[in-house]
Design a protein around this ligand. Sequence first.
Ligand SMILES: Cc1cc2nc3c(=O)[nH]c(=O)nc-3n(C[C@H](O)[C@H](O)[C@H](O)COP(=O)(O)O)c2cc1C
Length: 353
Amino acid sequence: MSGNTLGKSFRVTNYGESHGPAIGAVIDGCPPGLELTEQDIQFELDRRRPGTSRHVTQRREPDQVEILSGIYEGRTTGTPISLLIRNSDARSKDYGNLLDTFRPGHADYTYWKKFENRDPRGGGRSSARLTAPTVAAGAIAKKWLAEHFGVKIRGYMSQLGPIEIPFKSWGVVEQNPFYAPDLDVVPQLEAYMDELRKEGESIGARIEVVAEGVPAGWGEPIYDRLDADIAHAMMGLNAVKGVSIGAGFDSITQKGSEHGDALYPDGFKTNQAGGVLGGISSGQAITVSLAIKPTASIRTMRPSINRAGEAVDVQTLGRHDPCVGIRATPIAEALLAIVLMDHCLRHRSQCGV
Ligand SMILES: Cc1cc2nc3c(=O)[nH]c(=O)nc-3n(C[C@H](O)[C@H](O)[C@H](O)COP(=O)(O)O)c2cc1C
């Protein structure tokens, strides 16, 4: 009902607020027997963590995960796995005016309209801090999918504002703070971000996520198509304004002979479909592309209103990501992993394989 749970068979329920004592997730439906340690999860959390380069928010959070339940002698038991991440660097005074005024482009206005009584500190429940539990849950799904099917889920940034980033190699994606697949472009990205920060501005980005090794058959048409559930999950990620699968919006100008991936005895040779046909995985790589909007919290003064409906000018101080897309890659990977694991378990329960 209230939208804090993702999945039907592998269910991830997210809790907490940006400046509360802790955030976390409860995962129900994870099969027993998976070897799981806090280190398995920590690896993915460290990839999302704030404060790791000058191009992201300087909030210093260790994002140390604690597993509270669901594991016995190093393996999942099939009971709910409860994950806890303590908030340790919350500076609520930086956000003092958020209770009374609304940042243009942020969720302050709509949360107030819907709930009235909301926690405004650091964006409260609407903060992207709540993507940390998603990443933690996604780490479990990634591990299970890799061990059972050899599924590999990876992502990268393909565009930062006006700068398109050509795909050169997976090998370099983890070697730079942008998750760029081409190291030659990194100095240009750094210079662009340094200039943007000086201006007190922010910018959007495009992120690609790819899942390889997914067998054919996952997805539940007609209402729970695999592509529909991927889009649902990705649109649930803060700041995502567009999701496309495979050729996506390029399909508009393609002819049928170009778009329809021909079948050969040894498989497909193209992947315009992005690995999903009729809402069911085709056995090809699942390719997802995300449009991420520019950060709402900027130093530049903007017109807004206060709770009394009076005109005010808003400037957001505090620590923010000038391009939220920079930290989005591991989160998008986690969401794809959660959806795929959920659909794998759902496919098993209906078709038995
Ligand atoms: C990794 C990540 C970090 C983010 N950091 C910030 C931030 O520092 N400041 C901000 O205003 N928005 C940030 N956002 C985006 C907001 O959380 C988001 O725009 C806001 O909740 C409104 O939701 P919507 O953009 O989905 O409509 C971040 C998003 C992501 C994915």
